[in-house]
Design a protein around this ligand. Structure first.
Ligand SMILES: Cc1cc2nc3c(=O)[nH]c(=O)nc-3n(C[C@H](O)[C@H](O)[C@H](O)COP(=O)(O)OP(=O)(O)OC[C@H]3O[C@@H](n4cnc5c(N)ncnc54)[C@H](O)[C@@H]3O)c2cc1C
Length: 520
């Protein structure tokens, strides 16, 4: 049992240790977009559940608090990246990082979720005890300069800890980096005092971060070069959604939010499915649209024609074509080449070209980390996630009473995060109503997963293939990446589907028997 101060409203009862009970019914790990959604749905749908959020950092918001590089913004629309239960009032549909952070914080405050977050609580390990049917969660606590270890117990562990390493991004090494006289910065750790006015900047990368940074820095920098090894599909959309803004003028905000959200869900699904069904047509459309915005002088074949099909990797969105405008205005340029080595004054490319730079930004991506880096074991046996098969994209084969929040790669993260939250609530309620202690998706031998859980060819996914769970060929072991199919499965599908097993401890069975024999 813990020595930590319980939080109001969700605290364990003071006699819980005497009853041999657990500290919490549900422990949520992480106070980002997913953790707040998880807490909201638990409070709404499982009002008697005792739960808390453990957050390793001293602030909430996760991704939207950590990333502070210039221009940081969403790359999907805020009506679907925002919550179903809290209308997005922002003026822009593609919104800046600070506005998103404010929205998450305000939501937490509006629903009293901020009060149940235990900051400075980093989960380092969790062990499931089958006899006791509970998790013992080991937590490293930081309070000011003081570090200490704490333990909590819970019936259900709900990991909302994101999918990447908060401590470091992916930073490849190139020859002679140490000789470079300028500064090298990774966007995950943007120094607050970084001055780049009138500087020559090279941004290495072609993903969402690079295409955001280049136009944002181009306004004040002397020149920004986006240096990519190979091109990515980049498309432009208006930052403001005219349809949404009109609807919001005429309809009550909740209704407008629902309608706009539904429209965006369906439109995104339609465009994704069309791209997968007609890759060549979509490819030509995207390349032509980019070329048209970049102008006739621009070498579209070299810089805008990826080697893969649309949605083999995520597409990159640029609001109002800001990247294209910066290139066309001569403030930014794109180089497609490989780095041979760094020099004192910049970067030498394989083609022999030299890019002069005062500042190099390595927008080279994230380092994936599952379950917040915590060591998970079942009865003392450590679980390697790469050996498990993902159940409905949110639980793991043969790991009891544990779910994790993992969003879509082809639509807004929050859509799936909320479906998972609602499914967890259904599980918690079903177990309580039927006196079950355990829920566990059991894998039969002929269902072994062979495919990677995330079917993107992007570098950050490929680098992490050994730490990601697998997926099977059939549901419920197969990933849908489709909101409507997941809605049917997670909101309305039967909980007892022949795979999910509900079990009682012998103690519970004996208690139920005793109670049944007692006179009313
Ligand atoms: C720059 C950037 C832009 C993005 N833009 C979009 C977008 O436009 N649309 C979209 O759909 N997705 C986007 N994503 C994906 C994005 O990560 C999700 O949209 C979403 O913010 C993830 O929320 P989360 O709460 O699941 O995870 P996170 O935001 O990563 O939050 C996880 C929280 O868990 C905490 N935590 C981690 N490990 C532990 C531990 N061991 N113990 C305790 N606490 C822990 C962290 O400190 C953090 O607060 C973007 C990602 C990045 C990096």
């Amino acid at each position: 049992m813990t020595s930590a101060t319980p939080s109001i409203g969700t605290s364990p009862s003071s006699s819980s240790s005497l009853r041999g009970d657990v500290d919490y019914d549900v422990l949520i790990v992480g106070a980002g977009l997913s953790g707040v959604a998880a807490a909201h749905h638990l409070r709404e749908r499982c009002p008697s559940a005792r739960f808390a959020i453990l957050e390793s950092r001293s602030t909430m918001g996760g991704t939207w608090d950590l990333f502070r590089y210039p221009g940081v913004r969403s790359d999907s629309d805020m009506f679907t990246l925002g919550y179903s239960f809290r209308p997005w009032h922002g003026e822009k549909s593609i919104s800046g990082g600070q506005t998103i952070l404010d929205y998450i914080r305000d939501t937490a405050k509006a629903f009293g979720i901020d009060k149940i977050i235990k900051f400075g609580h980093k989960v380092t390990s969790a062990n499931w005890d089958s006899q006791a049917a509970r998790w013992t969660v080991q937590v490293h606590r930081t309070e000011g300069n003081v570090d200490m270890e704490t333990r909590y117990t819970c019936k259900f562990l709900y990991m909302c800890s994101g999918y990447y390493d908060y401590d470091e991004g992916h930073e490849p090494r190139w020859p002679d980096m140490e000789k470079f006289k300028g500064r090298i910065v990774h966007p995950q750790h943007w120094p607050a005092d970084l001055a780049y006015a009138d500087k020559r900047v090279v941004v290495i990368g072609s993903g969402a971060t690079a295409v955001t940074l280049v136009p944002a820095m181009a306004d004040t920098a002397k020149h920004v070069t986006m240096l990519q090894r190979s091109p990515t599909y980049i498309f432009s959309l208006p930052a403001r959604d005219k349809f949404a803004n009109t609807l919001r003028k005429w309809l009550p905000s909740t209704l407008a939010h629902k309608l706009i959200r539904s429209k965006n869900v369906l439109l995104t699904m339609y465009l994704y499915n069309r791209a997968r069904r007609k890759p060549e047509e979509t490819k030509q459309l995207l390349i032509r649209a980019a070329g048209w915005q970049l102008g006739p002088e621009f070498d579209v074949d070299k810089h805008m024609t990826p080697r893969y099909n649309p949605w083999d990797q995520r597409l990159c969105l640029v609001p109002n074509g800001d990247l294209f405008k910066a290139v066309r205005a001569g403030k930014a340029s794109i180089a497609t080449d490989e780095i041979e080595r760094f020099t004192e004054t910049g970067v030498r490319l394989r083609s022999g070209e030299h890019l002069d730079a005062d500042l190099v930004i390595t927008a080279t991506g994230l380092k994936l980390k599952m379950l917040g880096g915590s060591v998970i074991s079942v009865d003392g046996r450590q679980i390697s996630l790469g050996d498990t098969v993902s159940y409905k994209g949110m639980m793991y084969s043969d790991v009891p009473n544990l779910a994790s929040s993992f969003g879509y790669t082809n639509a807004s993260w929050t859509l799936k995060a909320e479906l998972i939250a609602q499914y967890v609530c259904r599980l918690v309620n079903h177990m309580k109503a039927n006196h079950y202690d355990v829920c566990v998706p059991r894998l039969r031998e002929n269902e072994m997963g062979s495919l990677p859980a995330v079917d993107l060819t992007s570098g950050y996914i490929q680098r992490a293939s050994n730490i990601l769970p697998k997926q099977g060929l059939h549901k419920p072991w197969k990933y849908h990446q489709n909101y409507l199919l997941d809605l049917a499965s997670l909101r309305f599908g039967a909980l007892s589907d022949g795979v999910m097993q509900f079990e009682r401890r012998p103690m519970t069975t004996a208690r139920l028997k005793r109670e049944a024999q007692e006179p009313a």
